[in-house]
Design a binder for this molecule. Structure first.
Ligand code: ADP
Ligand code: MG
Length: 411
């Protein structure tokens, strides 16, 4: 689950990560109040969307199509961005008014952009240096990975492409915890020395604590800045929480912003389905993540690509199967559907009834291949054949993949 910058920072505050004070606002008036409550006389107003690259982003309502297409590529374009400096409280209100309700396009949103529903008003800082630092899980090492670069700021993707050597890695064993020598190593690799380097060790420890304590899947600080006053500050924060750990964080679940999520994925999660939209044209309905993976693999192997990953789970009920089928058929890129079920706890007759129920409700305009095996498979097949539904039965995974790929390619 992704969070907005202001939410991520509120959570990081609990772990003592050094940051600048800031207050979120959803109206220009609230933004003015926020600025009044902050100290200093320079502010930064930041559009809150679940995407980075806001500084170089552009608003669809403000600029022409060429500028939007440049912004979507992360290139410089005329117009004003989603992170702006304000020199007075009134200007904070004015900028908030110019951002709220508009659609911001950045390198990470695609050309359709995202609607800005909140801004974050922060104190401004005198930046001496900008670094990149992120904390994530390195699955190949079973370790927490700090990834950093001296070339921080807004262009880290470009650094990764053109100068990958400028990005360093330091691994931390989560069972042992963060060690001071690892902090010194990160500090040295960022080119920090003396007192700043010593302070940095404590800073990195707070980041590690936040990453672990919040069950993050990813925590990215870009930029991590060294201020003119010699302080290290997390100036931006991008945080993703591991969905499998959300049951431990009721407070974080409340921060979920459904506006930022794919409507189909929301519907799927309401029915307890694991659904991920993909780029291909064969809709898949499968039970069990392992079977879902092998189904996607065999579709690729046979020369086509899956339109989604959809796991109805081990003991899905008829309504869930109906919802799953509805979600798949709603996707206009789906040119054929493969239902591949191995009945264990899941009973194949439940799948059959669910498919029939869904087709009655939403119709079926694309070829459908069904492979049922395991518990109640014969009953399921009987129910399907007696329903008169126009489907292609398959006996095993290989046949099923051949049939759906042929049907989609022929169509
Ligand atoms: P994004 O990554 O979405 O573009 P950032 O928060 O990283 O958004 O902001 C982009 C740039 O704006 C930063 O690299 C930094 O130079 C500047 N900036 C952001 N917040 C502040 C702040 N509070 N004070 C001064 N400069 C800031
Ligand atoms: Mg940033």
């Amino acid at each position: 689950m992704k969070l907005h910058e202001y939410q991520a920072k509120a959570l990081m505050e609990r772990f003592g990560v050094p940051m600048l004070p800031g207050i979120p606002a959803t109206t220009p008036e609230a933004a003015i109040d926020a600025a009044n409550a902050l100290s200093g006389d320079l502010y930064v107003v930041k559009a809150q969307i679940h995407a980075g690259g806001r500084g170089k982003g552009r608003f669809i309502e403000d600029v022409d199509a060429a500028a939007i297409s440049a912004a979507a590529k992360g290139e410089d374009a005329p117009g004003k961005g989603g992170v702006r400096l304000a020199k007075s409280v009134d200007e904070v209100g004015q900028i908030a008014g110019e951002m709220l309700g508009k659609t911001l396009v950045t390198k990470q949103t695609g050309e359709e952009g995202r609607v800005v529903r909140a801004v974050y008003v922060c104190e401004a800082c005198d930046i001496a240096e900008e670094f990149y630092l992120s904390v994530l899980l390195d699955r190949s090492n079973n370790k927490v990975l700090f990834m950093g670069s001296k070339e921080g700021g807004v262009n880290i993707e470009e650094v990764a492409e053109t100068n990958p050597d400028a990005i360093f890695q330091v691994h931390v064993d989560s069972a042992v915890g963060f060690q001071a020598f690892q902090g010194r190593e990160i500090a040295a690799k960022l080119g920090l020395t003396g007192r700043t380097a010593r302070k940095a060790v404590g800073f990195f420890k707070t980041l590690f604590d936040a990453y672990m304590g919040l069950d993050c899947a990813m925590l990215e600080i870009n930029p991590l800045v060294l201020s003119e006053q010699g302080d290290l500050i997390a100036l931006d924060a991008k945080m993703e929480i591991d969905g499998n750990a959300l049951f431990r964080h009721a407070d974080i679940v409340e921060m979920r912003d459904l506006h930022e999520e794919d409507p189909t994925e929301i519907e799927a999660s309401e029915f307890g389905l694991s659904f991920i939209k993909l780029d291909g044209n064969i809709g898949c309905m499968v039970n069990g993540a392992g079977l879902a993976m092998s189904t996607m693999d065999i579709i690729q192997y046979k020369g086509a690509s899956p339109a989604n990953f959809l796991d109805v789970g081990g003991g899905a009920k008829q309504e869930q199967v109906e919802a799953a089928f509805r979600i798949i058929t709603k996707d206009p890129s789906v040119k054929g559907i493969l239902v591949n079920i191995f009945g264990g706890i899941m009973k194949c007759d439940v799948i059959a009834k669910g498919v029939i129920g869904a087709v009655k409700e939403v119709g079926l305009e694309v070829p459908l291949v069904v492979r049922l095996s395991g518990t109640n498979a014969e009953l399921g097949k009987k129910i399907l054949s007696e329903s008169g539904l126009d489907l292609i039965p398959a006996t095993n995974l290989d046949d099923a993949a051949d049939a759906i790929v042929a049907a989609v390619k022929g169509a």
